[in-house]
Design a protein around this ligand. Structure first.
Ligand SMILES: *[C@@H]1O[C@H](CO)[C@@H](O)[C@H](O)[C@H]1NC(C)=O
Ligand SMILES: *[C@@H]1O[C@H](CO)[C@@H](O)[C@H](O)[C@H]1NC(C)=O
Ligand SMILES: *[C@@H]1O[C@H](CO)[C@@H](O)[C@H](O)[C@H]1NC(C)=O
Ligand SMILES: *[C@@H]1O[C@H](CO)[C@@H](O)[C@H](O)[C@H]1NC(C)=O
Ligand SMILES: *[C@@H]1O[C@H](CO)[C@@H](O)[C@H](O)[C@H]1NC(C)=O
Length: 493
């Protein structure tokens, strides 16, 4: 997930089920997903879900959206559950993606359950701060369990039926945590690019982005980016606002005396690289991503082209991505981001999922992609204090640094961080996915293998296979397939 101005706050990607809260998805979310396979997409279905699983006596309910694909199912087959995350759930995942291939092989019944508070799944009337207390990963896990129990009854599945959970990014974490907290409901889990360790300051993100830039054309690309951001810093210091406004096609004139606006602008420009690295070469076109063919190589070719000065080349990168995303101008102001984050109505066009996701980061995970790492080329304009300020400004003074740190520590106690103890969960990480830095670092047990894919980005293994895929990626998909086959044969325990 990413967000332009909020890049400094959090950039978690949504794979599987979700569209991904990245800048362009503010528009993209509203479009129906294209259907490259020309299969009819399954319709919305609704599940009557409890509002508050922590209060058995609270009988309030709401309607949670889900999708079904029962085309492969044969009696006795397993149930595959794709876990929705921090964005609108897309039915295109019901007809395509690697998990569908596994489902075909195993005659699985497939469900995708949208995460509470995102997309069309609205547990409360609005997103007032009082209502947001019902938004948490714990409630989401309890939603999964209630849903599974009800589907077992509705579809007449007997007690020996094996459920396998799938998810990428935050839903990948949920898949592992679901297995941890509800082992009787879910037999195994495939957890892709999952951040397991909550951490307030995720400064490592820019370190991995820097490595990706360095591995492209040696030091040249990294140096080109560093030169551009250093020139940007000089222009800001020199009060050269008019020129920057024009060059970067800003929606509102830059006020160099407004520090939050400067932070927002610099982090938006850093985000151009962060987003491209995170999804580098992922086969996202089937989801409708309009920038799927723009890779780290594309950006580095521009940054090392020798055309104009370093800042001109940064402006060219900005312009390329704006065009791909269909943006007419760069909406960078702090005010504009806050307006969206303070929007409490689910129906507002400003509801792009950010109010919900950033709330989860402020109350559970942190993961702020700050500029606090020293050896990165993007300057130091978006430190942790900038992210914390956004929590306070969006949700109130209670959401200060001490609150966030306590919440993050509680999350690691609740789930066990990287050391969580689970069996029959496979963790898959990609070497150039910045999120791997919060992931499981090594295989600790044969029942919880880690598959490391050298050369791929966020959730690459979940996307449909392509002829151009790296051999390592193809091998990872096969290995996950073999694990699923082996685990489905194991008895419950
Ligand atoms: C399930 O997915 C397959 C493969 O894409 C598709 O052909 C089929 O129509 C889908 N079934 C339903 C009910 O959506
Ligand atoms: C620029 O920002 C400063 C600091 O926030 C503010 O005092 C000033 O009024 C702003 N100028 C304009 C033209 O908005
Ligand atoms: C990406 O694809 C679009 C249309 O399919 C094309 O216009 C554009 O030039 C491509 N960009 C790159 C960097 O290959
Ligand atoms: C990903 O998994 C591989 C293989 O276990 C491991 O060597 C690597 O450190 C992991 N990366 C991270 C940071 O999670
Ligand atoms: C990853 O791939 C690169 C390029 O193919 C290679 O140079 C490097 O040694 C590989 N690293 C590992 C850990 O296999």
């Amino acid at each position: 997930m990413r967000g332009a101005v909020l890049a400094a706050l959090v950039v978690l990607a949504v794979c599987g089920s979700c569209v991904g809260l990245r800048r362009h998805d503010v528009h993209g979310l509203l479009l129906p997903p294209p259907n490259v396979h020309n299969a009819p997409l399954p319709p919305d279905q609704w599940f009557t879900q409890k509002l508050d699983h922590s209060q058995p006596s609270d009988l309030r309910t709401w309607q949670q959206r889900y999708f079904t694909n029962d085309s492969f199912y044969k009696p006795g087959g397993p149930v595959f559950l794709m876990i929705g995350g921090e964005g609108k759930a897309s039915p295109v995942w019901m007809v395509a993606g690697q998990w569908i291939e596994y489902a075909r092989q195993h005659n699985a019944l497939c469900f995708l359950l949208e995460h509470r508070f995102y997309g069309k799944s609205h547990p409360t009337e609005d997103m007032n701060i009082k209502n947001l207390r019902f938004l948490s990963s714990e409630q989401a896990l309890a939603d999964l369990a209630a849903f599974s129990a009800a589907m077992n009854v509705q579809h007449g599945l007997d007690a020996s039926t094996r459920w396998v959970a799938f998810g990428g990014s935050y839903p990948g974490s949920l898949a592992a945590w679901y297995r941890l907290k509800y082992p009787h409901m879910v037999h195994a889990a495939v957890s892709s690019s999952a951040p397991l360790h909550a951490q307030t300051n995720f400064y490592e993100f820019l370190s991995v982005v820097s490595d990706a830039l360095r591995s492209e054309s040696g030091q040249e690309c990294y140096s080109g980016v560093a030169a551009a951001f250093s020139e940007l810093e000089q222009r800001i210091g020199g009060g050269d606002a008019g020129q920057l406004t024009k060059q970067f096609q800003l929606c509102a004139p830059l006020n160099v005396s407004a520090p939050e606006d400067v932070s927002s602008l610099v982090s938006s420009l850093a985000d151009l690289f962060e987003g491209t690295v995170q999804y580098n070469k992922d086969n996202r076109a089937f989801e409708g991503a309009k920038d799927a063919n723009i890779t780290v190589t594309t950006l580095c070719d521009i940054m090392t082209s020798g055309r104009g000065g370093a800042l001109d080349r940064l402006a060219e990168v900005n312009s390329l991505l704006m065009t791909a995303h269909g943006d007419k101008c760069l909406d960078y102001t702090y005010e504009s981001a806050m307006k969206k984050m303070r929007e409490e109505s689910f129906d507002s066009p400003d509801n792009n999922g950010m109010r919900q996701w950033i709330y989860q980061t402020c109350s559970e995970f942190g993961w702020y992609q700050t500029s606090d790492f020293v050896r990165q080329p993007f300057g130091h304009r978006f430190p942790l204090a900038f992210s914390v300020q956004q929590c306070v400004d969006a949700y109130g003074p209670k959401f200060n640094k001490a609150f966030i740190e306590a919440a993050v520590a509680a999350t690691n106690v609740r789930y066990g961080g990287r050391g969580l103890r689970v069996r029959r969960v496979v963790f898959i990480n990609g070497s150039i996915d910045p999120w791997h830095a919060m992931g499981r670092t090594a295989t600790r047990h044969r029942h919880t293998p880690v598959i490391y894919i050298n050369g791929t980005a966020h959730c690459a293994n979940m996307y449909p296979a392509r002829a151009s895929d790296l051999a390592e990626l193809t091998a990872a998909r096969r290995r996950v397939g073999r694990l699923i086959t082996a685990w489905l044969r194991e008895s419950h325990q």
